[in-house]
Design a binder for this molecule. Structure first.
Ligand SMILES: Cc1ncc(COP(=O)(O)O)c(C=O)c1O
Length: 430
């Protein structure tokens, strides 16, 4: 029995069945450097998914590793009962970068907890449990985050703490308004939002929560300005705007540092996770001060923003800014997207290539009817692994490949990844 099959047998005994594993024969990754990883049986891969967009700067970045080691040599944890200098410094940096005036930051351990906190803040501030979420959304696994999940396959329960209304988002390919040009599409969705506020809500609504580009939803990307136009309607009703930047933050979209910046708006609340810690448990909420301070009772997160996570995240943020990884994401992202469009020209089963920067979705379906093709998508994923390329999968029907390498990916690696994916599609169609 190989190492992977032995681990799989043990995994199945003691871990939940609903924790999905990639690949017919799941693999364990044990070592990495830059954008390359090695599995427990010695196979090497180019990693274009970074542990779900989380390894942002790359594996074994010396500056980040050194900061974590230095902190681990002193102490791991003190709790938020004591001042933590690295937490304060990181909050100062994030508050300034967020674009939210006089912002305050609360650190958590995961994106789910960050969104959970954001939802508690806005519902308390607005004294309403009504939330607007986007069709196809994913915001995490906490009970409140599942409540605002717009995908059946990720909705584990319907026993929700909120009253949720699902609004049209930017997934044009399968939208009833999808045939319209971008500006008319936006107008139609905004019009529908107005209708929903009139017919499906009961008085004051607390907030709308959006992913500027949907992650698990298959990198569905709205036209620029889409959410700004939505926010004009929200503003007329005093409804707050939460931007979930768990996947789109820190320059991943290339054009901007935050996904919301493509939409000509400033959010009231922003949540982040994944990339900032480059793998450390690091997440949080940024909010206008009157919203952040609106809670009337004590609240803490024991581990949130602890010395280890904040020291590592500070070093990672420094690395990201110093090396201008956002510009790299823009440049290499365009190169990858061009290559993928090229691939779509010769493979009509690719019905759409979309996304921005290093967040690119490749959707598979029937070229004529557009019927989703999850089978071919899974086959391409498998074949890519066999070619030595790790990529992700998502979309409402599991028919979209997600390509999202670390932001430090080079042009040569992008070329190599494209070659591997081309070979994988050929292999999968054979
Ligand atoms: C947009 C978005 N928000 C929130 C989350 C939840 O983050 P976590 O898994 O760290 O709880 C995810 C996770 O994939 C996500 O993609």
């Amino acid at each position: 029995m190989g190492k992977h099959s032995e681990l799989l047998a043990r995994h199945k005994e003691v871990l939940p069945a609903w924790m999905a594993l990639y690949y017919e024969e799941p693999i364990a990754l044990v070592d990495g450097e830059g954008r390359r990883v090695r599995d427990a049986e010695g196979n090497e891969y180019l990693d274009f998914f970074g542990g779900i967009l989380t390894t942002m700067s790359g594996y074994r970045v010396p500056e980040v590793v050194a900061a974590i080691k230095a902190q681990a040599d002193r102490m791991l944890h003190t709790s938020t009962l004591y001042l933590i200098e690295s937490q304060i410094e990181l909050a100062e940096r994030i508050a300034e970068l967020s674009g939210i005036p006089d912002a305050k930051v609360f650190f958590t351990n995961s994106g789910s907890e960050a969104n959970d906190t954001a939802l508690m803040l806005v519902t308390q501030y607005r004294k309403s449990n009504q939330i607007l979420a986007i069709r196809g959304s994913y915001h995490g696994k906490s009970h409140s985050a599942v409540a605002i999940t717009g995908q059946k396959s990720w909705s584990a329960t319907s026993l929700y703490p909120f009253n949720v209304t699902y609004v049209h988002g930017g997934y044009k390919l399968r939208s009833p308004f999808g045939h319209l040009p971008d500006d008319e599409f936006t107008k139609a969705c905004v019009g529908d939002l107005g209708d929903l506020l009139d017919i499906a809500t009961a008085g004051d609504v607390a907030a709308m929560i959006v992913e500027p580009i949907q992650g698990v939803g298959g990198f569905a990307t709205p036209p620029d300005g889409f959410f700004g136009a939505m926010k004009e309607v929200l503003d007329r009703h005093g409804i707050l705007f939460i931007s979930d930047e768990v996947q789109t933050g820190w320059g991943r979209t290339g054009e901007h540092f935050w996904g919301y910046q493509a939409h000509d708006l400033i959010p009231d609340v922003l949540t982040f996770a994944k990339g900032l810690g480059n793998g450390l448990a690091m997440a949080g909420v940024v909010a206008r001060p009157e919203i952040m301070d609106s809670l009337q009772a004590n609240s803490i997160s024991t581990f949130g923003g602890n010395p280890l996570a904040t020291a590592g995240a500070l070093a990672n943020l420094e690395y990201l800014l110093e090396h201008d990884l956002q510009t790299n994401a823009h440049k290499v992202g365009n190169q990858l997207k061009n290559g993928l469009h090229h691939l779509a020209d010769t493979n009509p089963e690719i019905v759409e290539v979309r996304g921005k920067g290093l967040m690119i979705g490749v959707e598979f379906g029937d070229p004529t009817s557009l019927a989703p093709d999850p089978g071919l998508t899974a086959a391409v994923m498998e074949a890519a692994r066999a070619e030595g390329l790790l990529i992700g999968k998502g979309g409402l029907y599991g028919n979209t490949l997600r390509i999202a390498p670390p932001l430090s990916v080079t042009e040569e690696e992008a070329e190599e990844g494209l070659e591997k994916l081309t070979a994988a599609i050929e292999r999968a169609k054979r």
